[in-house]
Ligand binder design. Structure first.
Ligand SMILES: C[S@@+](CC[C@H](N)C(=O)[O-])C[C@H]1O[C@@H](n2cnc3c(N)ncnc32)[C@H](O)[C@@H]1O
Length: 178
């Protein structure tokens, strides 16, 4: 297919069926942590650590370009949700999800992770900071029993992980809500 036709098709895919509002610009407020993506093989290891299957709803808090929900949908058949303060990253996530042909299995929402409804999730993924994990601790501990939480690198004070895994220089931590 000529490149122009590809570009038109891609733009149609991006605008169709996604809640992206191109009038949106910068985040509504300063993000609590800046954007650094989890490398793809580490994102995949996080999903394997949580034993993600097609029955799961994987919710990434501060979802960046959406790679964790997208891999969860594409490789494991799960449903994915991303909550992200920066609308430009949410736009990018929708674009990648469309290209990966999983836009019908994922949802990306411009929003504040501290105000997000976490109740649909069976798996929560994070790559945030020690202080954000500390703030999230009461909410995460209160999720429904069996919910798995996987953090790239950052622990939660006073809550011993059920499992950890080392991938390159990164420690991955898994908690299962009791
Ligand atoms: C370290 S990046 C991780 C991105 C992605 N989860 C990954 O692992 O590739 C953290 C993300 O959190 C977002 N963020 C920071 N504060 C936020 C907030 N209060 N609500 C939602 N997203 C936030 C940033 O914009 C950034 O994209």
């Amino acid at each position: 297919m000529p490149w122009l036709a590809c570009a038109v098709l891609a733009s149609l895919l991006i605008t169709e069926g996604t809640p992206f509002d191109s009038a949106q610009g910068k985040p509504a407020r300063t993000p609590d942590i800046h954007y650094t993506p989890t490398r793809h093989h580490i994102a995949d290891a996080m999903l394997r650590l949580a034993n993600v299957t097609a029955k799961d709803v994987v919710l990434d808090l501060g979802s960046g370009d959406g790679r964790l929900p997208i891999i969860a949908a594409q490789k494991y058949g799960a449903r994915g949700i991303g909550i992200e303060l920066d609308p430009r990253l949410v736009e990018l996530a929708w674009r990648i999800a469309n290209e990966a042909e999983v836009a019908n299995r994922v949802s990306f929402i411009v929003g504040d992770l501290f105000e997000a409804d976490l109740s649909p999730a069976t798996v929560i993924t994070t790559y945030l900071s020690s202080s954000i994990m500390k703030q999230l601790l009461p909410q995460l501990r209160g999720l429904k029993p069996g919910t798995r939480i996987v953090s790239h690198r950052f622990a939660m004070p006073g809550w011993t992980p059920d499992r950890t895994m080392q991938v390159d220089e990164s420690e991955l931590l898994l908690w299962i809500v009791r």
